[in-house]
Design a protein around this ligand. Structure first.
Ligand SMILES: *Cc1c(COP(=O)(O)O)cnc(C)c1O
Length: 387
């Protein structure tokens, strides 16, 4: 099994290279301690400050901080009162969260295949999936590469659909100079531990639509009226009124101060990820791998560094991952397409080839480590292990 041996004489089994490493500075840790000492732990002034800073960062009028991106997506759909039987168009090439939130309503996720180049939803296949039940489109900016938003927004406008972007990978990303977060009806970000910036767990909705922002704000805390949600403030009243069937999706101020510390450094982190991308571009064995190019006029967050084998079978890919692991290198696969998972395959009768481009990308895909502070020499080592 020569293919499985790790030829590189570096014994880093004891010290594996992680897939991702969050970068949280001492200043942020001190700010967390301060918030804890302040006695105000749940949603409060720090959450409001993080919302204001984040809205500014992505050029949106409003930002609503919640405890995950999944919650953010769910609230967007709740805000348009999605009904059982409604349809929402999205990509099969995404994480569980994107489609499960549609299922929460007994609505139907209508999956679309991807483009070969960016692995984003193939916008040319969206229109043919629209029916009189379609309510919204959820494009996912894969790895932080923006989808073809002009086309998607134009289709949505023509058919009266909402566009809620899954921008879990996008702090920051730019489409034709516009920050992701300022384009669709609403945009959902993730601050999960391995995302571009983190709050441990957390998410954000950004929008220019005041009504949508207000609905999401109410729904994130038990559907309590706006006045009620400030009832713990000194000026607030003890009275509250439930005005909608809400959820428990509000964030903590502990998470908010982590977010404030992270957001301050988001551009620095981004520069670091771009450096890592340049290091990969120099060392990756090109005869063997196809790497992503940024679409014209776009800037990726480079949340992920996806590499696809030029040719070969899924089994070869799996063996390569095993080999990397033996070399002490953590890699991943983004994504196993939704339609190839048991739940969706059984419920909707999908087979792999229903979305051929996604199935093909998946079979050749390997995501390589990328994070601020990943040294160039380590990238070189990773690339040697890939040969
Ligand atoms: C991480 C991720 C999510 C979910 O984010 P959470 O904050 O963990 O809920 C949604 N969509 C995509 C594409 C993701 O990668």
């Amino acid at each position: 099994m020569r293919f499985l041996s790790c030829d590189i004489s570096v014994t880093n089994f004891m010290n594996p290279i992680p897939f991702f490493k969050p970068e949280v500075d001492e200043e942020t840790i001190a700010a967390v301690a301060e918030v804890i000492r302040s006695g105000w732990l749940t949603t409060g002034p720090k959450s409001a400050e993080f919302e204001a800073r984040f809205a500014e960062y992505v050029g949106a009028k409003y930002a609503v901080f919640v405890n995950s991106c999944t919650a953010a997506l769910h609230l967007c759909l709740a805000s348009i009162d999605l009904k059982p039987g409604d349809e929402v168009i999205t990509t099969t090439y995404t994480f569980a969260a994107t489609a499960e939130v549609i299922e929460y309503f007994d609505a139907k996720p209508v999956l679309v295949d991807i483009r070969e180049d960016t692995m984003n939803i193939d916008e040319s296949q969206i229109e043919e999936r629209i029916t009189d039940k379609t309510r919204a489109i959820i494009p996912v900016h894969f790895a932080g590469q923006p989808c073809e938003m002009d086309t998607i927004m134009a289709i949505a406008k023509r058919y009266g659909l909402y566009v809620f972007e899954d921008a879990a990978h996008c702090t920051p990303a730019y489409y034709k100079g516009k920050p992701i977060g300022s384009i669709g009806d609403a945009t959902c970000f993730s601050f999960y531990a391995n995302k571009c910036i983190t709050t441990g767990e957390g998410g954000m909705i950004t929008t220019d639509n005041e009504e949508l922002a207000e609905k999401c704000r109410i729904l994130r805390l038990h559907g309590l009226s706006k006045d009620a949600s400030s009832r713990y403030e000194s000026s607030g009243s003890w009275k509250y009124d439930i005005v909608a069937r809400g959820y428990k999706y509000n964030p903590t101020d502990i998470a908010a101060v982590i977010g404030l510390g992270q957001l301050k450094r988001a551009d620095e982190f981004w520069e670091e990820r771009k450096r890592v991308v340049r290091a990969y571009s120099q060392s990756i064995p090109r005869a063997k791998f196809q790497v992503m190019k940024e679409p014209a006029n776009c800037e990726s967050s480079w949340h992920l560094f996806p590499a696809r084998l030029n040719k070969g079978s899924e089994r070869e890919r799996d063996l390569l991952i095993l080999k990397m692991k033996r070399c002490g290198l953590s890699v991943s696969v983004h994504f196993i397409p939704l339609h190839m998972h048991t739940f969706y395959a059984v419920k909707y009768g999908f087979v792999a080839v229903d979305f051929p481009c996604a199935a093909d990308s998946y079979s050749r895909m390997i995501s390589l480590p990328i994070y601020p502070g990943l040294p160039d020499q380590t990238v070189k080592f990773i690339c040697q292990a890939l040969v």
